[in-house]
Design a protein around this ligand. Structure first.
Ligand code: ATP
Ligand code: MG
Length: 209
């Protein structure tokens, strides 16, 4: 049995990750590739329960440290029970957000360093890295417009933070991509959903021949 592929979609709120994860999974299935579509936080029973704790409640419900530990715990369960078994069974796993979102979000504000978050990931998930990370980028005004239209004013704990926070997150993602060019592909997330999906497929073309 050949090993499958582990692909993550990353980027800030409203850039189209969930939309594209679904379109990409459909496009791969149409090519005869068995695909598992999953997301973070969540993607396994235990991790979905932790997701409920993370995304609901007051903005200050969790300290930065407690939040980072909850994300790492959710990811540990998700990796062990969903991602690794599927990849080992030859499937392609498409994951909507993963480690790099923890690095970008829990790393803002200077409480935890990138090294700290990578250490939690090593303890929780054996340092599992995606085979490829597709980083979707869109100007912040466009992504907040997309997210605003979707949520009609109702935002979750993390999406509700201010513009400076979202700028810092976008900058962190760009830094991670620049530091690991072999894993990351930059995707222009502007244009129609189909246009963006075709850019994602092009970023996987070396595996699709
Ligand atoms: N290419 C596109 N053009 C216009 N609208 C889009 C496009 N892609 C997605 N949208 C819409 O923008 C909104 C945000 O998309 P989506 O929920 O996929 O983003 P996301 O990156 O998953 O956001 P979040 O980080 O909040 O989960 C949705 O209403 C979606 O239908
Ligand atoms: Mg989403």
């Amino acid at each position: 049995m050949t090993r499958g592929r582990f692909i993550t979609l990353e980027g800030g709120e409203g850039v189209g990750k969930s939309t594209q994860a679904r379109l990409l999974a459909e496009a791969l299935e149409a090519r005869g590739i068995q695909t598992v579509l999953t997301r973070e936080p969540g993607g396994s029973e235990g991790a979905e329960a932790i997701r409920g704790l993370l995304l609901s409640g007051a903005a200050d419900r969790w300290s930065v440290r407690a939040e980072a530990l909850l994300f790492a715990a959710a990811r540990a369960d998700h990796a062990e029970r969903t991602i690794l078994p599927a990849v080992e069974a030859g499937k392609w796993v498409i994951c909507d957000r993963f480690l790099d979102s923890s690095r970008a979000y829990q790393g803002v504000g200077g409480v935890l360093s990138d090294e700290d978050i990578l250490t939690l990931h090593r303890i929780g998930s054996g340092g599992l890295l995606p085979d490829r990370t597709l980083l979707l980028a869109l100007p912040l005004d466009e992504s907040s417009e997309r997210a605003g239209a979707r949520d009609a004013g109702a935002v979750d704990r993390i999406g509700g933070r201010d513009a400076e926070f979202h700028r810092d997150v976008a900058e962190s993602f760009r830094r991670f991509a620049a530091a690991e060019p072999a894993r990351f592909r930059d995707i222009d997330a502007s244009g129609s959903m189909e246009t963006v999906r075709d850019r994602l497929l092009a970023a996987l073309a070396d595996w699709l021949r």
